[in-house]
Design a protein around this ligand. Structure first.
Ligand code: AMP
Length: 528
């Protein structure tokens, strides 16, 4: 099928052709005929499937074919990056159209956005918080919205935006008087409930429900001890020599640390986390898109809605704790049918999420065993990297005093100037602490355990901001920063006789062995 077959306005067709959109992608083919009829749509679609154009084309077509009616569209997106990308795509395919598109998100000043609103905007794209701000101050009215798009609805829920979204919708014409299109990677309970409440008998479009993972991605995983992950990461980058890559971590603190360590090893990179100023985030995204920057370390904040053409490799430095995040992360590669690679480093801390990920994606991720050569010497080894203000571990506040004292006691500071010359991570603070004294909890291996021999929960702050139950993680099952011996004890308790480690092995070997044993255990479990 071609776009010509949909009777689209010629100026819209011209925009599509110039954007290089020759044929509709499956999500577009499945939804266009309903949406162009004015029907409500409830679409489950994979990341990178072309869903943005699937709602922009009907918006433009409706506006072009109903010039008599005053039509205004509102697209609500969970993140600033996604909102910016929607705006860009609207400007691309709507290049020859007379409609004004404006984007509204937080983290930047109000003045420019207020100016836009004064000019009058036909297609409003924005994140919930800023949209509500403008609505409250009387600068943005939702009562004349005729088309509403809720993009990445599951993500809006995950980020706790549902109450804001409700306020926005309650200020709009009733569902019978507007067209509503909802897009979501997953059609979970909350999303279905929202569709029921706020949509008018929507047409359900489900794409490849049996296979959520993007088929063209070559996936593999390595079992690795957490203290060797950086060596393995360096080895993978050295061996694969990817043109570009995104390396995902589960915490802001780890994103910062990995980026600093990569830099120290001569790999130019940036990191992107939720609390980075918006201008900086956008600049980093532009740089990676344009190819100026090849390596990006990111938390899940970057896992959705990032359109980077030809991204070759995604590395899960930390296996995500949420199966959906796995799909979104690896979906950054293989955009629109292109091939790509996704490699996961599975350590003892996050291995527990693997079964759920494999069940969710209905795939068995092939395991590869790293030989010694793949563990590359880390030039930042022994270096303690302090987190930047704003993404410190809660418990770290106490540690700051100790750190300060150590610093004064002569611990050498890495020359920030040298790193700044490298020109990337300018505002990092790195301190060398040559392990003069082990942290108290490592003095006694068992101090890391609670009453029942269960390790204490991991206090690291996570980028995810999930409300309610989802925030409750399986703390007891996770094995935080414990000494090697403590972890070995834990695995012994957990896996019993399946778990044997020679006590005389050097530490590095013990950890590799530990990782391999977890792998063997998992395989046995799967064979059963
Ligand atoms: P999305 O799922 O909206 O994030 O889209 C992923 C990418 O596909 C974007 O870079 C779009 O520009 C591109 N795209 C959307 N529709 C088409 C199409 N019909 N043909 C080629 N590329 C497309």
């Amino acid at each position: 099928m071609n776009f010509e077959d949909y009777n689209l306005h010629e100026l819209l067709l011209r925009g599509l052709h110039e954007a290089g959109f020759e044929h509709p992608l499956p999500v577009q083919e499945a939804s266009l005929r309903f949406a162009l009829d004015g029907r409500d749509l409830f679409v489950q679609s994979q990341t990178g499937s072309g869903k943005t154009a699937a709602f922009l084309i009907p918006i433009f077509q409706m506006m072009l074919t109903h010039p008599d009616k005053k039509m205004r569209a509102l697209v609500v997106a969970p993140t600033r990056e996604l909102a910016s990308q929607i705006e860009k795509e609207a400007k691309l395919i709507g290049k020859h159209l007379p409609f004004k598109v404006g984007v509204f998100y937080g983290g930047v000043g109000y003045a420019h956005q207020e100016q836009l609103l004064k000019k009058g905007i036909d297609i409003i794209v924005g994140t919930p918080g800023r949209l509500i701000d403008f609505n409250r101050s009387g600068k943005l009215d939702f009562s004349d919205i005729t088309i509403l798009v809720i993009d990445e609805a599951d993500r809006l829920f995950d980020m706790g935006f549902f109450p804001d979204l409700k306020k926005i919708i309650n200020n709009m014409p009733p569902k019978s008087k507007r067209q509503t299109m909802l897009f979501s990677a997953t059609l979970n309970y909350e999303v279905r409930k929202m569709a029921y409440e706020y949509m008018n008998e929507p047409e359900l479009v489900e794409l490849s429900p049996d296979r959520i993972t993007v088929d063209t991605i070559e996936q593999k995983l390595y079992h690795v001890g957490s203290n060797e992950k950086i060596n393995l990461l360096l080895g993978i980058l050295k061996k694969q020599q990817p043109r570009n890559a995104i390396i995902f971590t589960n915490t802001k603190r780890m994103a910062h640390e990995v980026a600093v360590r990569l830099e120290k090893n001569g790999i130019a990179c940036e990191y992107i986390i939720g609390d980075l100023p918006q201008s900086k985030r956008l600049k980093i995204i532009e740089n990676i898109k344009s190819g100026k920057l090849c390596f990006l370390v990111a938390t899940d904040v970057a896992s959705r809605g990032l359109h980077i053409d030809d991204l070759e490799l995604v590395i899960n430095y930390d296996l995500p704790e949420n199966s959906e995040s796995y799909v979104h992360r690896i979906g950054r590669t293989a955009r629109v049918g292109k091939g790509g690679k996704a490699i996961s480093l599975v350590c003892e801390k996050y291995v527990y999420g693997l079964d759920a990920i494999e069940a969710y994606t209905k795939t068995k991720i092939p395991v590869e065993w790293a030989d010694e050569e793949l563990y590359v010497e880390d030039a930042s080894s022994g270096m303690k990297i302090s987190s930047e203000k704003g993404h410190r571990r809660r418990g770290d506040e106490r540690g700051q005093k100790v750190k300060r004292e150590k610093r004064h006691a002569g611990a050498s500071r890495i020359q920030e100037g040298a790193m700044q010359k490298a020109g990337r991570i300018k505002d990092h603070k790195i301190f060398l602490e040559r392990n003069k004294e082990k942290p108290a909890r490592e003095k006694s291996a068992h101090a890391a355990f609670g009453k029942n021999g269960i390790p204490h929960g991991n206090r690291k702050e996570h980028e995810t901001n999930r409300p309610g139950k989802k925030n409750v993680r399986r703390k007891a099952e996770r094995s935080p920063e414990q000494s090697l011996d403590a972890r070995l004890d834990y695995y012994r308790q957990k896996y019993g006789d399946n778990f044997k480690v020679k006590e005389d092995k050097p530490a590095r070997e013990k950890v590799s062995l530990l990782s391999r044993i977890i792998g063997i255990f998992k395989r046995k479990k799967q064979q059963r």
